[in-house]
Write a protein that binds this ligand. Structure first.
Ligand code: HEM
Length: 517
């Protein structure tokens, strides 16, 4: 693991969540770059790999691939000047089915902020230069989601997380108003605080008897409960009962990642999906998620119809059911049931695992840095004086916010953003030749028109959950555990994150903290 795990930057001014570099970067020549459209090009695939397996490491792409790409592109007069990363078998085993971003990160350190990567018949340009990242993200239209949409369509269907063009514009426009301030403020109190308190209640036993707790698992349950209540007003209650949805979401995201590195997209052949175990598992996972969402929509529709409910102002909220689903149904937008299902499923998936991963890595980092942990705890005690946080309190929890942002800088979710050039374009710098672009930067929530719609929701949820956790517990990492990294769409640990907890005396914590801010 080669990431630096330190909170040292917390002593510097608050990191701006836009286009900053996670590590010092080599400077780019200030030339202009011309970029070829991926749709101009039919990827030349002359591969005869036979290493097909039923797990996620389906096709291996060793270093001969790099040599082949080099000879092909040189033969075609490639004058891009973009270095080609030498993909060795060891790196590629990570690339296929392990943690995709690890070799990308390693090559970034070796080759600089722009390099090419032959990943099978596809040719990627991997970019970590802030100016190019900004350019690509802001010029949505010239750059589509491309590969991401292809490999996750089996899960998201026509959901707006991957839709393109007018459909995406219309659906994003329909959904965004539901996340208004009044909704967020109510949800902090009714959902974020309540779910975090349920987690505290559950973990008290572990604190008492000193048993180690897998916090990654607990955060995953917490965020599923939060997103279920916020979007559907439905309590998965995964903190207390086994929810097949968690496993299903992880399986589906892992499948999407595996598809992005499969040399041969055999999953495009429907018949094969019925007989290959990996595909059967993925299809079953999607069925679980879709059926759950369909059931929730049907129930809510019945109520809205029976009550003849309609939205009557911009910040409309139904007090009994403040969910996003209720808002969307009451808005009476013309939308098919399948589209609504896919849009809500987009939010369920996009908003669950991401926030859980942020909480997991923030807690990990805090456990490694006792002075930052103490400072965060002091801030929470001072600002909240033992009560749960309100929407208004959150802006005062400045240090905790910085801890979360720093954790997102060190462990970005998702660690790579993928785009495909639709038209020839001129980039800042001067390199030619591109099919796909992968960006790996400190761009929490991404940028440009396809930026995360749940950014405020997620920050509020993370801050509130951690604040309540810090109010109630001291924690330390169980010694000698190996915290490896792997990915679904976000960075997961390989074996969980085990912590020992001990209860804090809330009153004692409050009286001992100074009233001065
Ligand atoms: C800390 C937690 C979260 C992180 C780190 C995160 C990150 C991101 C990123 C980076 C993107 C853009 C990907 C790209 O440019 O290709 C994105 C998109 C999206 N996010 Fe989030 N997200 C989080 C939480 C949420 C939550 C809570 C929701 C829902 C309430 C949500 C819903 C979405 C949706 C629907 C999109 C697609 C938007 C579009 O394409 O128009 N996210 N998220």
């Amino acid at each position: 693991m080669s990431f630096s795990l330190s909170f040292s930057s917390l002593s510097t001014p608050l990191l701006k969540p836009t286009f900053l570099s996670p590590t010092p970067l080599l400077s780019l020549p200030s030339r202009s770059l011309s970029i070829k459209s991926s749709i101009d090009k039919d990827p030349d695939s002359k591969f005869s790999s036979t290493n097909n397996t039923t797990n996620s490491k389906s096709w291996v792409s060793p270093d001969w691939l790099t040599s082949l790409t080099r000879s092909l592109t040189i033969g075609k007069g490639d004058d891009s000047g973009i270095p080609i990363a030498s993909a060795k078998l060891d790196d590629v085993s990570d690339l296929l089915g392990g943690a995709l971003f690890l070799p990308l990160f390693k090559w970034m350190n070796e080759y600089g902020p722009i390099y090419r990567l032959a990943a099978g018949p596809r040719n990627f340009v991997v970019v970590s230069d802030p100016a190019i990242a900004k350019h690509v993200l802001r010029n949505y239209g010239k750059y589509a989601k491309g590969l991401v949409a292809e490999v996750s369509e089996f899960l998201f269907g026509s959901g707006f997380a991957i839709a393109e063009g007018p459909l995406w514009t219309a659906r994003r426009r329909a959904v965004v108003p539901s996340l208004h301030k009044k909704y967020l403020s109510l949800i902090v109190d009714r959902v974020f605080c309540k779910c975090a308190e349920r987690l505290v209640e559950k973990l008290k036993t572990n604190a008492l008897n000193g048993t180690a707790v897998n916090m990654e698992e607990n955060f995953s349950q917490l965020t599923l409960d939060v997103i279920g209540l916020s979007i559907f007003n439905y309590n998965f209650d995964s903190l207390n009962a086994n929810s097949p949805v968690i496993e299903a979401v992880y399986t589906a995201l892992k499948e999407a990642e595996a598809r992005s590195t499969d040399l041969l997209p055999y999953w495009k052949v429907k018949a094969l999906c019925k007989i290959i175990p990996r595909q059967i598992k993925a299809e079953n996972a999607v069925t679980i998620i879709r059926e759950t969402v369909e059931e929730l929509i049907a129930k809510c529709k019945e109520i809205v119809e029976a009550e003849g409910e309609r939205i009557d102002d911009e910040e409309y909220i139904n007090d009994a059911d403040p969910s996003i689903l209720r808002f969307l149904l009451a808005s009476r937008e013309e939308v098919s049931s399948v589209q609504l299902r896919d849009d809500l499923l987009s939010m369920l998936v996009a908003g669950h695992e991401t926030t859980a991963s942020v909480l997991t890595w923030t807690m990990y980092l805090l456990s490694k840095d006792s002075s930052s942990l103490m400072k965060a705890q002091e801030e929470v005690d001072q600002i909240l004086q033992g009560r749960p946080p309100s929407y208004e309190d959150v802006k005062d929890l400045k240090f905790l916010t910085r801890c979360i942002l720093e954790s997102m800088r060190l462990y970005p979710h998702p660690p790579v953003l993928i785009r495909r050039a639709q038209v020839p374009d001129l980039l800042p710098g001067n390199y030619k030749y591109t099919i796909f672009i992968i960006l790996q930067r400190f761009i929490p929530f991404s940028g440009g028109p396809r930026k995360c719609v749940g950014d405020q929701f997620a920050m509020l949820e993370s801050i509130v959950s951690l604040a309540i956790f810090l109010q109630n517990f001291n924690f330390e990492l169980v010694p000698d555990q190996i915290i490896g990294m792997t990915t679904g769409a976000t960075i997961h640990t390989t074996n969980g994150l085990y912590m020992k907890l001990s209860s804090r005396e809330r009153e004692a914590a409050v009286t001992s903290s100074s009233p001065s801010r």
